[in-house]
Write a protein that binds this ligand. Structure first.
Ligand code: PGA
Length: 256
């Protein structure tokens, strides 16, 4: 039974108190029914990190992650948060290249590669997002787009610790829309990404890099993915804001 990863991307949701409550509910659910073969990663706002890090400390398979980071370790970058700062409050995972950041934050491939390098250099795990923004006319077009997008970042990554990388396929048209890819189509896309990783890093590393799916993931879809695809986990936005729904997704990913 392989370990799955379920990531909760809270985006810009929850006030401080509401975020703590949500983290508390998830922690209690995990403590009441520990699932040894699922790693749960919470990505709250930066504001919440330190307090939620304390709250979840000691709960098995529950980890802290950040939604973004700066590529530099320190400096005159007003409003930015560096990887060493994140590490200092217990963050273990950092999202890089989320489509909302590509679209609104202006992150380009060379910056994303530097962010991946910075995260790896400090011993944390980057979750590198990719995915076509709009539905393509053919599956091949989507595949070509995603491969180009991944290659553009990975070709510039220089860190040795690439075995710590996690890749998340998130088609832009599925994020926040209630639309999801046909599982068979998703599976062939994941296989192509897997071949790409194996070509680039060799069989041992390429086969071991977790490959997640994200975009309108709800419990029923998570069950389908667990049964019908080789995805190693899911990146959950909206459905992660309700503890019961989120834990149903965790349960769905546990059943394989
Ligand atoms: P969604 O978001 O589940 O609300 O579609 C997923 C994401 O953006 O990571």
């Amino acid at each position: 039974m392989s370990t799955k990863i379920v990531v909760a991307n809270w985006k810009m949701h929850k006030t401080f108190a509401a975020g703590l409550q949500l983290a508390q509910d998830i922690t209690q659910a995990q403590q009441a029914n520990p699932r040894p073969n699922v790693q749960i990663v919470l990505l709250p706002s930066f504001l919440h990190l330190e307090a939620i890090g304390r709250l979840i400390a000691g709960t098995d398979n529950l980890y802290l992650g950040a939604q973004h980071c700066h590529d530099q370790a320190a400096g005159a970058f007003t409003g930015a948060i560096s990887v060493p700062m994140l590490a200092s409050v217990g963050v273990r995972f950092v999202l890089v290249g989320h489509s909302e950041h590509r679209q609104h934050g202006g992150d380009d491939e060379s910056l994303m590669a530097k962010q991946v390098d910075a995260v790896l250099a400090h011993g944390l795990q980057p979750i590198l997002c990719c995915g076509e923004p709009a539905r393509c006319q053919s599956q091949q077009q989507a595949l070509d787009f995603v491969q180009r997008q991944l290659d553009a970042v990975l070709a510039q990554v220089t860190a040795d610790a690439v075995h710590e990388l996690i890749v998340a396929y998130e088609p832009g048209w599925a994020i926040g829309t209630q639309d999801t890819p046909d599982p068979a189509v998703l599976e062939s896309l994941c296989q192509a990404i897997r071949h790409n990783l194996v070509r680039r890093y060799g069989t041992v590393v390429g086969e071991a890099i977790p490959l997640l799916y994200g975009g309108s993931c709800q419990p029923a879809y998570a069950s389908t993915l667990a049964a019908a695809t080789s995805v190693d986990g899911v990146l959950v936005g909206r459905a992660s804001l309700t503890p019961g729904t989120f834990m149903e997704i965790v349960a769905a990913m546990t059943t394989t």
